[in-house]
Design a protein around this ligand. Structure first.
Ligand code: SAM
Length: 246
């Protein structure tokens, strides 16, 4: 118990090591790459030349590992409000915590919502890899946060937020799409089957200030196990289905 949440790391014969926070599965060694690759490589490949990246949440290190694969990335700020999660990942999840020592990484142990209130250099990509949108993570899904994120991003910046399941949380997804439209000229949704997250049909909501997120711009390729420029467009909902669902 970190005083903020209950942190568990368990061994599963099928899933390998699993991280749970307050009893909710965050990552399993068996399938975490589907989530981390799709959360990171779609916005990074849509942007094409990201140098400054912000990850909010992500204390297990999986998203950071994926961002650091890009040779064009010069600086990654990881803003995780519970230091004990990073400690647990360092101690028990070596496949995920590989990026904490990278010279390009800067870790801040604070609330991501507060962090964005102090303007820094313009960001190219902002990634919200938080727990479910309740409690400390709730503020990361507010209109005021999206406004701050849009203001913190450069003219061609992209924001991506994990936004729960289309099966179980469709009304929430629709509301987040609506909020994002207040601050981004291009708003879209892509999905990925994630068996270890309750609801499975997982969504990623994306706000873009200039580029169409469905188009791959990244020239240099990065090593992945699942994501590819071919997978990229197919992750997005067909527009007719998007219009029907949203
Ligand atoms: N991949 C997981 C998922 O999709 O559910 C989330 C991974 S990571 C473990 C989520 C992290 O978000 C947790 O470590 C939690 O401490 C952190 N977090 C929650 N609210 C936050 C906030 N407002 N600012 C920064 N980090 C936050």
């Amino acid at each position: 118990r970190s005083g903020k949440q209950e942190i568990e790391v368990v061994e599963s014969p099928h899933f390998g090591r699993m991280l749970l926070l307050d009893g909710v599965v965050q990552v399993t060694e068996r399938d975490e790459f589907f989530y981390h690759e799709m959360l990171v490589h779609v916005p990074m490949h849509a942007h094409g030349r990201a140098k400054r990246v912000l990850i909010i949440g992500g204390g297990d290190g999986g998203s950071l590992r994926e961002v650091l694969r890009y040779p064009n990335v010069e600086h990654v700020a990881l803003v995780e409000y519970d230091e004990r999660v990073v400690e647990a990942s360092r101690a028990f999840l070596p496949n995920l915590s590989v990026g904490f020592q990278d010279p390009r990484t800067q870790i801040f142990y604070e609330d991501g919502n507060e962090f964005l209130k102090s303007a820094g250099e313009p960001l190219d990509v902002v990634i919200v890899d938080s727990t479910d949108p309740v409690g400390p993570a709730e503020g990361l899904y507010s209109s005021s946060f999206f406004q701050r994120a849009s203001e913190a991003l450069a003219h061609d910046g992209i924001l991506v937020v994990q936004t729960e399941s289309l099966h179980f949380h469709r009304e929430f997804v629709i509301e987040i799409q609506r909020r994002l439209r207040e601050f981004f000229p291009i708003v879209d949704l892509y999905t990925q089957a994630l068996a270890t997250y309750a609801g499975n049909w997982w969504t990623f909501s994306i706000g873009s200030k200039l580029h169409d997120p469905r188009i791959v711009r990244q020239q240099t390729s990065v090593v992945t196990r699942y994501y590819s420029p071919e997978v990229h467009p197919w992750a997005f909902l067909p527009r007719s289905l998007y219009d029907k669902l949203m």
